[in-house]
Write a protein that binds this ligand. Structure first.
Ligand SMILES: [Zn+2]
Length: 199
């Protein structure tokens, strides 16, 4: 596996119980960018996905880390030659990953809308982890999906297309099945989606 250390730990989903997803962002549509008045968190949205991030995040870096070398992206004739800004390109890429994961799993849950929260670094993610579970992230998990939040959490440093595909698969599975699959099955299917992202 490319991501030996990438544990979405579906157990988290078990602990917190509970759904999203990322949808197709119409090409050329501007993500709605805003700042939450109650925090330093920034965000931008597309029809099926909201991207939230710490203000000190470098979106250029995030954008570069999301490589999409698979056929239906490279050969997408509707793909703009140049994106207006990183927000639009990131939303476009994440949506492509969402659609590819759904295609790989052959599962297309309707009404799935999720968020991706990007922390600046592992310390920020670990602090958030502690606030959720009241225990330290001793396994140094670099990403996870919380179904009750309908959110994928990761960091600027860790984010990649494969990581998002893996976590996105967990989101799709949780939305698709009325009864959550066994943990091992869930994890195997997420790894399958990650592995075949670039097919
Ligand atoms: Zn996982």
């Amino acid at each position: 596996m490319k991501h030996k250390i990438l544990f979405c730990v579906i157990a988290f989903c078990l602990l917190l119980g509970s759904a999203v997803f990322v949808g197709a962002m119409p090409i050329g549509s501007e993500p709605d960018q805003r700042q939450n008045a109650d925090s330093d968190e920034l965000s931008f949205t597309s029809p099926h996905l909201t991207i939230k991030y710490s203000p000190n995040i470098r979106l250029r870096t995030v954008n570069k880390r999301l490589s999409l070398y698979f056929r239906d992206f490279v050969l997408d004739r509707k793909r703009p030659r140049k994106f207006e800004n990183d927000e639009i390109e990131i939303a476009f890429k994440l949506n492509k990953i969402r659609r590819k994961v759904m295609s790989i799993l052959d599962m297309r849950p309707p009404e799935m809308k999720i968020s991706v929260k990007i922390f600046k670094n592992q310390n920020e993610l670990d602090n958030f982890y502690y606030s959720l579970f009241h225990s330290s992230n001793t396994r140094r998990i670099i990403s996870f999906y919380i179904h009750s939040h309908k959110t994928i959490y990761t960091t600027e440093r860790a984010i990649s297309s494969e990581l998002i595909a893996h976590e996105m698969a967990h989101a799709v599975l949780r939305h698709y099945f009325r009864v959550r699959p066994p943990t091992n099955v869930d994890e195997l299917m997420a790894q399958y989606a990650e592995t075949h992202l670039h097919d």
